[in-house]
Design a protein around this ligand. Structure first.
Ligand code: HEM
Ligand SMILES: [Cu+2]
Length: 588
């Protein structure tokens, strides 16, 4: 079978590539042990920027946590823009009840690749980027625990994105070449998968599209990358902290990254094995997920035992950002710090006990269903603890409506909507009615759009000076924040209504009576899209010409005794650069 050959070739190429990378890194297996564990023998520390290579080579070979953080951020942003473009294409198609902008097959490809790109190649990499940059600073560590493994983990991502997304470029390239008379059957055979991001059997096994194999390999590789990254975070938090930082002094963002990494450790290897079994089913005649063998429901169990924790993998760091940013602009300490930490850990553990709420309508044993319903409802408790603590933090505080703060407050609002609709879905009788309708799509987008990217935007503004040494355009940023907060409920609120009225999801055509609501949803989405363009412009343009920051206390945090470690680090850096007397810099 053509698929089998391709799979083997790709595995071989990957093994060789990874192997060579390992061999090239001299001494990777035995770094000289030091009491602080963090230094490399090459002496690449914070203070030795000047010795680094410059240009492309530097970015390709860097093992500095800040550089790798930036690489992750750039990679994640590129993926987000790709997946976001697809979201806009989906919403364009749905402006009219018939599939007349793109074909139905393209539509199926669009929602599949949109979901996969967003979940695997946007959210996780961006949080890993933020964490790579800031965890060592927040923890007073010299670097991540294993800087080289850190670099390897990052460099696995670009090939895994290419594998997962080869369909579209191959499709386009194949068509282009065939217009000039060159026929490459392999390229023409690949086209975007139409399986949905959940890759349910038997559809995904029966699909003759070899791109599904490449997608599975890409997911597997991205799982290895994510697991390596997570191990690094765990060891960094546990054993690389500065002497002055005991367990109780760990900041809230590091706590959420620690929990997230713990979940990754159990969830992603499981996805890896499940995916391998699917590859075997597709190419070598095994029957793990076929009726003759384990059956399609086995795939759903394995997939969601990964898939639901994955939701919390991407959600917890967002809550960590709310807990970090909100108090700073409320001039208050985070209310109930301990309880926020406990709720984070509780969510981490509970997240593994709820997977079958995705399978209420599959005919599994009703007693099993009922127990999953209770655990799913229980997970609302630690989530609510967070919300109440955030609101209590703002209570009686001196609120400053900067862009990061507007995003944080907005996120709480949209998260409440996402959470409450989630409680609805966790209740079996309601789920049976709205299952596989737009209600579900509305619910999860209130989380995946309404708090996750929103808090990433917030973080990108809040820490912008540290990363770039410059300030962004604050007015434009506030405008983007407002646009996003307005756009989210318009878009996904309409979906909740359409779902409640019974419109099923994943169809390119729909009955005429939904046209108005669909158009409203699309308008909301375009508003969010315009906001994203404003953000991009602001980031790039301010990096080039934004005013230079001379005083590290950009947010007047000293006044409230909230000038935390990353800002102290930044202050030292500024002192090094400009001299403690605040003298003029020698460049531009
Ligand atoms: C403006 C932003 C966005 C819009 C307008 C949008 C829109 C959509 C639409 C219309 C669908 C297809 C629904 C269906 O027919 O079932 C969809 C699916 C999906 N979206 Fe988004 N989305 C956005 C952002 C995001 C983000 C930020 C994420 C994740 C971080 C995300 C994750 C997903 C997933 C996982 C699916 C399910 C794919 C599948 O059914 O296989 N979306 N989105
Ligand atoms: Cu779930």
């Amino acid at each position: 079978m053509i698929g089998g050959g391709i799979v083997l070739t790709v595995i071989a190429v990957l093994l060789v590539a990874v192997g060579t990378r390992f061999l090239q890194t001299k001494g990777w297996s035995a770094p000289i042990p030091r009491p602080d564990g963090g230094y490399l023998s090459g002496g690449e520390t914070d203070t030795e920027h000047a010795e680094k290579q410059s240009g492309l080579l530097r970015w390709l070979t860097t093992v500095d946590h800040k550089d790798i953080g930036v690489l992750y951020l750039v990679f994640g942003t590129v993926a987000a823009l790709w997946g976001g473009t697809e979201a806009m294409m989906i919403r364009t198609e749905l402006l009219t009840p018939t599939a007349d902008v793109w074909t139905a097959a393209t539509y199926n490809g669009l929602f599949t690749t949109h979901g996969i790109t967003m979940l695997f190649f946007f959210v996780t990499p961006v949080f890993f980027g933020i964490a790579n940059y800031f965890l060592p600073l927040l923890l007073n560590a010299d670097d991540m625990a294993f800087p080289r493994i850190n670099a390897i983990a990052f460099w696995m991502l670009p090939p895994s994105l290419l594998l997962a997304r080869a369909g579209l470029p191959a499709d386009a390239l194949g068509k282009l070449l065939s217009t000039v008379g060159v026929k490459i059957p392999f390229l023409e055979a690949l086209h975007p998968p139409e399986t949905g991001w959940t890759l349910y059997a038997p559809l995904s096994i029966q699909s003759g599209n070899p791109q599904v194999d490449l997608l599975l390999l890409g997911l597997h590789l991205s799982g290895i990358a994510t697991t390596l990254g997570a191990i690094n975070f765990i060891i960094t938090v546990v054993s690389e902290r500065g002497d002055d930082i005991g367990w109780p002094d760990i900041d809230i963002f590091s706590w959420t990254m620690l929990s997230t990494s713990g979940i990754v450790l159990f969830a992603f290897p499981l996805l890896g094995s499940a995916v391998i079994m699917m590859l075997l089913d597709r190419n070598f005649g095994t029957t793990f997920y076929l009726i003759e063998g384990g059956g399609p429901i086995l795939w759903q169990h394995l997939f969601w035992f990964f898939g639901h924790p994955e939701v919390y993998i991407i959600f917890l760091p967002a809550t960590g950002l709310v807990s970090t940013i909100l108090p700073k602009f409320s001039s208050r300490k985070l209310f109930g710090f301990k309880f926020i930490v406990y709720s984070t850990l509780a969510i981490g553990v509970l997240s593994f006990g709820v997977w079958a709420h995705h399978m209420f309508s599959t005919g599994i044993d009703p007693r099993v269903r009922a127990s999953f319903m209770f655990v799913s409802l229980a997970i609302a408790v630690p989530s609510a603890v967070k919300v109440f603590n955030w609101i209590s933090t703002m209570y009686d505080g001196r609120i400053r409506l900067t862009a990061p703060m507007i995003f944080a407050v907005g996120s709480i609002g949209t998260f409440i909507l996402g959470g409450v609709t989630g409680v609805f879905l966790a209740a079996i009788p309601i789920d049976l009615v709205v299952h596989d309708t737009y209600f579900v799509v509305g619910h999860f987008h209130f989380i995946v759009m309404g708090i996750i990217p929103m808090m990433m935007f917030a973080a990108s503004y809040y820490w912008y000076p540290i990363i770039t040494g410059r300030m962004y355009d604050q007015l434009l940023a506030r405008l983007q924040a407002v646009l996003t907060i307005v756009g989210v409920p318009i878009t996904f609120g309409s979906m909740l209504i359409m779902g409640a009225l019974g419109l099923p999801r994943r169809y390119a055509n729909y009955p005429d009576q939904f046209a108005l609501l669909q158009q409203i949803a699309s308008v909301g989405a375009f508003i969010i899209g315009i906001g994203v363009l404003l953000w991009l412009w602001n980031m790039v343009q301010s990096y080039r010409v934004g005013p230079r920051v001379r005083d590290a206390d950009v947010w007047q945090l000293k006044r409230d005794d909230a000038f935390t470690r990353e800002w102290q680090w930044f202050e030292e850096k500024l002192a090094d650069r400009y001299g403690t007397d605040g003298g003029d810099p020698d460049d531009d």
